[in-house]
Ligand binder design. Structure first.
Ligand SMILES: [Zn+2]
Length: 214
């Protein structure tokens, strides 16, 4: 297999939901619930940290925020919404619960959840203090983080997104931390920021944009 085929496989793999999910239909999410996330999403979209691979037409990047509906519930962008500049209430959905071992997700909302919802769930489960998770894609940042492997937490090359292995590895990398970044070596261009506030979470990514461009 040549490199180009690998890349295409990887990108096309991006939007595939690898878990079982139950979606309880519900009306669009109300603005006050997603406004804060949306404000940050707009910034990340401008920086192309969220978007769509132009040739394959596959969206990338998803962000979430912990909610108080149930212990590890969170609001997340819907599957394949990466190409939209602005999202509305029908592009967000609520994850009520998940089971990492069984690879099950229970969601409630107007759209099926992001294909990376299980990874977000694993991060929220790692610490109750983590309130925001931003998953972005950037070839430059990814390369920078992989090259500076002493400075950044990294998941293994042979672990793909949305798998139990990814969830377990992310949790062990987080340990007791309440904010930080992770580069997903087995998920080309994939990076994660997690934090207690959206400002902290967004700044972690913006800082990496700057550092990787130096
Ligand atoms: Zn991704």
């Amino acid at each position: 297999m040549n490199k180009e085929t690998n890349l295409t496989d990887m990108i096309l793999d991006e939007g595939v939901i690898k878990f079982n999910y139950e979606l309880i239909p519900a009306p669009p999410i109300e603005l006050h619930e997603y406004q804060e996330l949306e404000n940050w999403r707009k910034k990340l979209f401008k920086l192309k940290l969220i978007g769509e691979y132009p040739i394959e037409k596959v969206g990338y990047g998803n962000i979430s925020k912990r909610t108080d509906h149930s212990p590890n519930s969170f609001l997340i962008t819907g599957s394949q919404t990466g190409h939209h500049k602005d999202l509305k209430g029908d592009h967000y959905t609520l994850i009520l619960n998940a089971d990492l071992q069984k690879q099950n997700v229970t969601a409630k909302g107007p759209i099926k959840p992001s294909s990376e919802s299980l990874t977000h769930f694993a991060i929220y489960k790692a610490s109750l203090e983590i309130k925001y998770v931003f998953h972005a894609h950037s070839a430059a940042i990814w390369k920078y983080m992989v090259e500076h492997n002493n400075d950044f937490d990294q998941t293994s090359e042979n672990i793909g997104y949305g798998t139990l292995e990814m969830a377990e590895q992310v949790q062990s990398l987080i340990g007791n931390k309440t904010y930080g970044t992770i580069v997903m070596k087995g998920h080309q261009d994939g990076i994660i920021a997690y934090a207690k506030t959206p400002e902290e979470c967004g700044s972690l990514l913006i800082d990496l944009v700057e550092r990787s461009q130096l």
